[in-house]
Design a protein around this ligand. Structure first.
Ligand SMILES: *Cc1c(COP(=O)(O)O)cnc(C)c1O
Length: 383
């Protein structure tokens, strides 16, 4: 049997057709497909603006730059995330502080965050980066209240959660990336995520100043906008007004992303179906803690995580049986690089305790019912 990965892309003939169209067109990059993708994505999320970039990490870095993050600033994120959530702000010299997770949701714990903010004497905490881990959206309404109280910005890392939503205290449905409560939201289009573009990322915002800053920084800090230039020598003329990067997405990638976005709803529904299937199968074994469903919340289920005391043995057993379960994540503060900043074992006990037990089982829309049955059978064989 072919190994089953924990996640993988789903490419249709329609996707291939839209990429081939670009290859036959005039523009492979800086053409019409990028703004098309941005507009479709902004509309999907319910945000004013979207800025397509080369990957999710570049998206985080651009957010840090646009917000003016620099040395001496402190940025708070969760230990249970991919390292990029922290690194994007480190690139600008910020110190990374972590806030432990809620052991139930595995998301940054708003109560613990409040304790950190209330106890802060440095005055250097500038912003928070909550992560919609595994596809479960953070309650950004709660975080907004704290951010407003302490004068912070919020960058929501929704790389796991396009299409996820929660219901706020007024009964309004709040989509990840709508920026109803966040300043900026970032997404990734790595093939293991919901929308595959090869590599790719997106930032959404409702703030026009941040939007202008992001589009400038994405492409060398160069502008051709007459209003923003000191003079105009002619049609060829442009000015570089700040130090930017080449973090552009290509039209080839944008075409694939746009085509994939059309199937996002369908793919989230399938992911929820798979999660419910796993949950019901594993409910008979009380050693397996499964993912919870929450009222008024749509989980985008980037990952399907179980928590088991015998995680290492189950990982080995499944791999021997060609089921490539994975661990998400090694807590970021336990990475040797962040250890050098002074973090150590025991600093964030909920995250560390979760890490000892977590295992991501295969979760992707193209997973067949037969494969799911096979995975469940192997887990039961192990027990
Ligand atoms: C994938 C991911 C990123 C980085 O995205 P890339 O496109 O791989 O650079 C950032 N944060 C989280 C939570 C991710 O899962």
């Amino acid at each position: 049997m072919k190994p089953i990965p924990y996640g993988r892309q789903h490419i249709t003939d329609e996707d291939i057709k839209s990429v081939v169209e670009v290859l036959r067109s005039d523009f492979l990059t800086q053409g019409p497909r990028v703004p098309e993708f941005e507009q479709a994505f902004a509309e999907y999320c319910g945000s004013e603006y979207a800025v397509a970039v080369s990957n999710g990490t570049a998206a985080l870095h651009l957010c840090a730059l646009a917000l003016g993050v620099g040395p001496g600033d402190i940025v708070i994120t969760t230990p249970i995330t991919f390292v990029a959530s922290a690194n994007g702000f480190r690139y600008c010299g910020a110190e990374i502080m972590f806030c432990d997770i809620d052991p139930q949701t595995k998301l940054m714990d708003a109560d613990k965050l409040e304790q950190i903010l209330a106890a802060d004497t440095t005055g250097r905490i500038k912003g928070i980066v909550p992560v919609d881990f595994a596809g479960l959206p953070v309650d950004t309404e709660k975080f907004r209240a704290l951010a407003d109280k302490y004068g912070l910005w919020i960058v929501e890392d929704a790389c796991h959660a396009p299409g996820a939503y929660f219901t706020d205290s007024r009964g309004e449905i709040i989509y990840s990336g709508s920026n109803r409560y966040s300043d900026l939201t970032v997404f990734s289009f790595h093939p293991v995520k919901h929308i595959a573009a090869g590599e790719g990322g997106m930032i959404t915002t409702n703030n026009p100043e941040l939007y202008n800053k992001l589009t400038s920084l994405r492409s060398h800090g160069i502008t051709k906008n007459p209003d923003l230039m000191s003079k105009n020598d002619g049609g060829w003329y442009y000015e570089m007004t700040e130090l930017g990067y080449n973090y552009r997405l290509t039209d080839i990638q944008a075409a694939l992303g746009t085509s994939q976005l059309k199937r996002l709803e369908e793919s989230i529904n399938r992911r929820n179906e798979i999660a419910a299937f796993y949950n019901s199968a594993f409910s008979v074994n009380d050693r397996i803690v499964t993912s919870s469903f929450y009222e008024g919340v749509r989980n985008a289920f980037h990952l399907y995580v179980v928590e088991v005391p015998e995680r290492n043995e189950l990982y080995e057993y499944l791999h021997k049986n060609h089921i490539l379960a994975q661990v998400h994540y090694i807590p970021v503060h336990r990475m040797p690089y962040y250890g050098k900043q002074g973090y150590k074992e025991g600093d964030f006990p909920c995250a560390e305790n979760y890490y000892k037990k977590c295992l991501s089982l295969p979760m992707f829309p193209a997973l067949t019912d037969a494969e799911i049955g096979h995975i469940i059978e192997k887990v039961f064989n192990f027990y």
